[in-house]
Write a protein that binds this ligand. Structure first.
Ligand SMILES: C[S@@+](CC[C@H](N)C(=O)[O-])C[C@H]1O[C@@H](n2cnc3c(N)ncnc32)[C@H](O)[C@@H]1O
Length: 223
């Protein structure tokens, strides 16, 4: 698979009974500290396939992790900024941008729950698998992110609609494309729903057997 979720992504270890839950920052820091690299470093194929049709401009990637999507955007003409709660992940993304001499890929360690973006300042907002097994006010963040878009700009959300075929469950909260659009509840007068579909994506399970992911793909365009 591309980086889309190698599910080497063993979901975090369960806390011992009685242990207070980690804050989202501590949880994700621990997750990234567990290995030198959590994701493959490549762009998410579904996100790339959608964005490839757009004219490059300014982009923001929410929950960018180690930056694979932002690096790809910068390599394809975008000025792209990645935001993530984990300073470790952001540090890895920055180091990779420097190694590839990509000045148009920038990153900031940001808790998006406290994020106050500048309205109408970008042409594209992406969020690939911006899902968590700890507290995350996801819909509120995505609604705020929508305000960042200029007229004609796109909000591209690619999410796990279901656990991978080889896993009976997954700690992150799943969301289907229709549920996503309903929860966002963006006014139709201002937003065109360009894509709202759950797309199967072939993958290989941890035992090497063929399997499948189900990606919820939502693309909204600001009129
Ligand atoms: C499942 S990972 C996806 C990472 C990346 N987009 C990818 O596709 O590889 C979810 C990401 O969301 C980030 N995240 C979770 N809560 C966040 C928050 N409140 N603010 C910013 N980032 C957050 C995590 O640190 C993690 O990198």
């Amino acid at each position: 698979m591309t980086r889309q979720h190698q599910h080497a992504h063993a979901p975090g270890h369960p806390a011992a009974p009685g242990t207070p839950p980690l804050s989202p920052t501590a949880h994700w820091e621990q997750r990234y500290a567990e290995s030198d690299r959590v994701w493959s470093g490549k762009v998410n194929a579904t996100t790339a396939s959608v964005v490839a049709a757009f004219t490059p401009g300014e982009a923001i990637d929410l929950g960018c992790g180690e930056g694979g999507d932002v690096l790809w955007l910068a390599e394809h003409g975008w000025t792209a900024q990645g935001l993530d709660i984990s300073p470790t992940a952001v540090g890895r993304a920055r180091a990779e941008a420097e190694a590839r001499r990509l000045a148009t890929a920038t990153f900031a360690a940001t808790d998006l729950e406290a994020w106050e973006p500048e309205p109408s300042s970008a042409d594209l907002v992406t969020a690939s698998f911006f899902q968590s097994d700890v507290a995350l006010e996801r819909t509120a963040i995505l609604r705020r992110a929508a305000t960042v878009l200029r007229p004609g700009g796109h909000l591209v959300l690619v999410s796990h609609a279901a656990p991978p075929s080889w896993a009976s469950d997954h700690p992150a909260r799943m969301i289907g494309s229709r549920e996503e659009v309903e929860q966002l509840a963006l006014p139709a007068a201002e937003w065109e729903v360009v894509t709202c579909e759950d797309r199967p994506r072939p993958a290989v399970g941890p035992d090497g057997a063929p399997g499948e992911h189900l990606d919820a793909v939502v693309v909204l365009r600001r009129r």
